[in-house]
Design a binder for this molecule. Structure first.
Ligand code: 6PG
Length: 235
């Protein structure tokens, strides 16, 4: 693992830094493998990053977009992570609709939707049962409780190691989420963390020893590059 922590002076600088890494990774993946696979985060912090990516002239047909987690709501619901990313980025660029791999939320059964997206990922990446595909880039946020994606403290999702997608649980509400092994297999993971309300969680996540079940972001130890881009906190 190649872990880098950067403390930026402002949200604008954080987004600039994130954009730089994203563009480099997109270019690298396309030149090496002919396509780039990216998983997006929800929350407010990444929105300006998505808006900036939308202004770039990129080979959109070679970029495949996924989500690291999704609330269990319809795609046009105001809580939908997909909706936010479509508004800020995907609806503004000529990306082929088949390159947008949203998490399904329409079965009325989160387990069934998790199964079908798990199968979709296995099929897309052509991985054998038991193998874990490697995303080129995964963007993550972190909540004040140290959750990331929809891996919430003390929930079953944290321990799932034989699936790519599972059902997370926020205060009894189901979410779909990437599992820890899938995130950790990525070539590059970027955490975007802004604001003093993240300080206490960050201290626990960066502490040498700690409880992964209580502070789930501690579980993210990706095999590739791991970037923590921070602003508004002390380290
Ligand atoms: C949620 C939020 C959450 C979010 C983090 C960070 O679904 O509970 O979307 O997962 O990503 O709380 O959000 P900010 O980056 O906006 O602080």
């Amino acid at each position: 693992m190649n872990k880098q922590i950067k403390l930026l002076q402002s949200k604008e600088e954080l987004i600039e830094q994130a954009l730089e890494i994203c563009l480099a990774k997109i270019q690298e993946a396309i030149s090496q493998r002919g396509q780039c696979t990216i998983a997006l985060a929800g929350g407010n912090t990444p929105r300006p990053l998505y808006e900036s990516i939308a202004t770039q002239n990129l080979p959109w047909d070679k970029i495949h977009v996924f989500w690291g987690d999704e609330r269990y709501v319809a795609p046009d619901h105001s809580d939908s992570n997909q909706k936010m990313a479509r508004q800020a980025w995907l609806d503004r660029v000529p990306i082929p609709p088949t390159n947008i791999h949203a998490m399904p939320t329409g079965a009325g059964d989160p387990e069934a939707d998790a199964d079908s997206h798990d199968a979709h990922l296995r099929d897309f990446f052509q991985v054998s049962p038991g193998d874990v595909p490697s995303f080129d880039l995964i963007l993550l946020g972190m909540g004040g409780d140290a959750h990331t994606a929809s891996l919430f403290p003390h929930t079953d999702a944290l321990q799932i190691s034989d699936r790519l997608i599972t059902v997370g649980n926020k205060d009894g509400q189901p979410r779909l989420t990437f599992t820890v092994p899938l995130i950790n297999q990525a070539g590059c993971v970027i955490f975007l963390v802004a604001g003093a309300d993240k300080q206490a969680a960050l201290d626990q996540v960066f502490a040498e020893k700690g409880d992964e079940m209580k502070y789930p972001s501690r579980l993210i130890q990706s095999k590739g590059e791991l970037h923590w881009l921070l602003t508004g906190v002390n380290i």
